[in-house]
Design a protein around this ligand. Sequence first.
Ligand code: ASP
Length: 610
Amino acid sequence: MYKTHYCGDLRASDAGTDVVLAGWVHRRRDHGGLIFIDLRDSRGIVQVVVNPEDAPEAHAAASDARGEYVLRIAGRVEPRRQGTENDRIPTGAIEVRATGVEILNPAKTPPFYINEDADIDEQLRLKYRYLDLRRERLHNNIVMRHRIVAEIRRYLTDRGFIEIETPVLANPTPEGARDYIVPSRVHPGEFYALPQSPQQFKQLLMVAGFERYFQIARCYRDEDLRADRQPEFTQLDLEMSFVEQSDIWDLFEELYLHLARTVRPDLNVPSPFPRITYADAMRRFGSDKPDLRYGLELNDFTDLVRETEFAVFRGAADSGGAVEGICVPGGAEFSRKEIDALTETVKQLGARGLVSIAYTAGMEALTEESVRSPVLKFIGVDLARRLGERAGANSGDLLLIVAGAGGMPAKEPGSAGRVKPSLDALRRALAQKLDLADRNTLQFAFVVDAPLVEWNDEEDRWDAVHHLFTSVHSDDLHLLDTDPGSVRSNAYDLVCNGWELSSGSIRIHRREEQVRIFELLGIIPEQQQERFGHMLEAFEYGAPPHGGFAPGIDRTVAIFAQETDIREMIAFPKTKSASDLMTNAPTPVDPSVLDVLGLQLKPRTARDGQ
Ligand code: ASP
């Protein structure tokens, strides 16, 4: 028998019990007589004492043991001597007096400390992920992930949802990223696409009459990776029939509150979750995933600067751009260097610069002496006052203003010259600098009424903002032909603390409406038939009204674990260049494998040159 108990489970009430334990040497201290071993297993750590007088053979084995050796230890649980208890660990009231110690497997010295939460080189962590996962923080993250997924399954099952698997070898489902493709051996020259999401299947399950579906689904998107993106990631994919948007929002608000109560009752989760429109989110925060834990809202000054001599402001206003800014309470004290650093932040997002105006008096008493700004001689005190009034500035505050191309930013922030993404980045940087975001608050919100389409300059066509199965907001149907760019959709996101956690929509369920959207998106009838013929056909066999949502599991668990990188929540993540440093994937394949598939690689130079 390897173990009668788990190390981490032993408590004062176990005193007097004979136990057999098995686990890893977390720490070993040789007091030149007594040897203390902190023995670790999947449930925690317990202190073992090996006394050469009680158990000489056990002591000899314990002398040989080193960090991360695997041991089996027999002994008796005893209360610790008074004054030696450790209230920082759950087993701290007791220790195990060893009668036998057996080395089951020795270990090389690990490349980093397992028993410390130190900063370790990322590459090393990923190469030795199985050792990294032994560390307490990662171990707890993975356990929390399991608890959340288990809770989601229970919650949805209790509400009549059915978990159904859908294929991984599938056809392309456009979600805006590049597909991972898999060549077919049986059909040379043909390919499966790994699903970017089970979108089509879940809609077809509604046509099939299940009404309430969910799945913990793996999704694959070949796109540039960031802290909140992995090439393969997991969604709670969900679809319901006969629902309106608010039914879905209510369900998910309750689910997330339930998860918070279950796994992080210590965190502050304000409810009800606010529901703000996409247009308001953009106007007030410059982002469709605003962090609502703090203010620093955007102010639009465009109408105030049309008359100014200051060419940067006036030029932007005259050319249909925008002049917008943020009022920083107490920011008048920022040094030149601090403002330069913030200027760098907005420049990275394409802004040409940042105009600062510091106020050392209230707006009613403002004079040349009480405004500090590199552009004061161009804008004058009068405009400085009107800008300050618009932003609600007080004495001691600082206005930071960006001028440039206005309008809605593309879905991905970063589009050059846009004012909104720059101010979004500025807002985040300011919040961090001033420590405004309460770490122990999860501020969820639904961002609703997203636009249906956005113009794709490169391809010269409209692209779906959510995806092409999303239905049109009933108030905007009349604009479809005349002004598609201002049409709202029935799409919504769940956001939290500046992260997009989930997207979803009420879908189209009638063939003619779907065809109309395909046409708007420039998908010609042959392509409609070839790529989505099965969907169009299914809609003719009594498709019910339906809609869904799909929260990212990796992001959800990261939010609850207060991690900022989803890789801390994934057992075996990939690097930012999509490789697995432990298994070395991706790897070249033997030419014979390609042969069977009827594939031939282009010479490298030809591919690189493309
Ligand atoms: N399939 C969508 C996505 O992955 C979510 C949804 O519409 O339910 O973003």
